[in-house]
Ligand binder design. Sequence first.
Ligand SMILES: [Fe+2]
Length: 366
Amino acid sequence: MRFYVPTDLRIETDVVSASAESLAALGRRCLVLTGAASAKKCGALQDLCGVLDDMQIEYRVYDRIRQNPTVDACTEAGMFARQMHAEFIVGIGGGSVLDAAKAAAVFAANPALDEQKLYAYAWDRTPLPIVCIGTTAGTGSEVTPVSVLTDANGRKRSIRDDRLYPALSLGDPRYLASLAPNFVRSCAVDAAAHCIESYFNRNAAPISRLFASRGAAMLASLLGKLDRLTDSERTQLYLASIYGGYAISVTGTAFPHAMGYFLTEEYGVPHGTACAVFLPAFLRHVETAAPADTAAFAVETRCGTQGWIDLLTSATPRCTVTLTDAQIAAFRQRFVRNSGIARTVGTFTDADAVRTLTEIFKEKGD
Ligand SMILES: [Fe+2]
């Protein structure tokens, strides 16, 4: 067992202002990555710019990171960082921006890097220090060494390396208040997927289980009321997402994440929703494959398998994708020797993946 998360994590109201000295310790110049609007809408960008001005840290804002960020966007952000001699990278946003900040930090430090070398981990130089300011509750990327990017072929592929752990991660629950309800749901079920897939994982260890079951227990009491959260419940939701992040930093995810990627790539289904639609099938699978762990999980989260399935089904935004037999057959190859599928406890093969797809997505009357 190994537990290594070298990230300075802080969660409190006004955390960005309170962390001015820590930001200044990282350097005199930084590149700030954001999406199109959310970092401004939630107030995080203004908070950060105020602190950077006060501390006389020079900065530029790169606001071209989109959902499911491409390697190209990260390459460009890395180039901007180099041009301004940035000494650290800040990402403000959800998983897409935080993951992009990690990759941009690699590109910034390694001018000759291309996509192939990125995925081959052929980086000579240590990435710039990374600061994550999380504005959603779901990804857990604030405390993981993982960056999931969309490659030149439109496929989601991750890099995982200890050098990608953020130096500093800041969470202010106020930033969650401006999120659209369906987005909150998709992020929350992503956090649930992290906890559940980590708990029932071949790499599970006592420490990852501790985070996974505690995060899941918190989510079990929050998933039914995501549309009317109080401030303190928002803090709990954020914390649960961080617990999920700690859990998967040890174990990685399992088949719901591995299978969810194609729904995002091919049909634009938001990441959390795309993974969570597979959770009922995953819970049914582990009920048979790991009955003792299933019983322990039910006790620890005070919710049994059917209770979890009901909670997740009502919390997950609707996914309207339908597939024909031919489409399902074409996806099969993706699930052969897939590492996420291999991490699932018990035996789950590409044939099981095809059966699962058929059960969930088969067009009626086809
Ligand atoms: Fe996820």
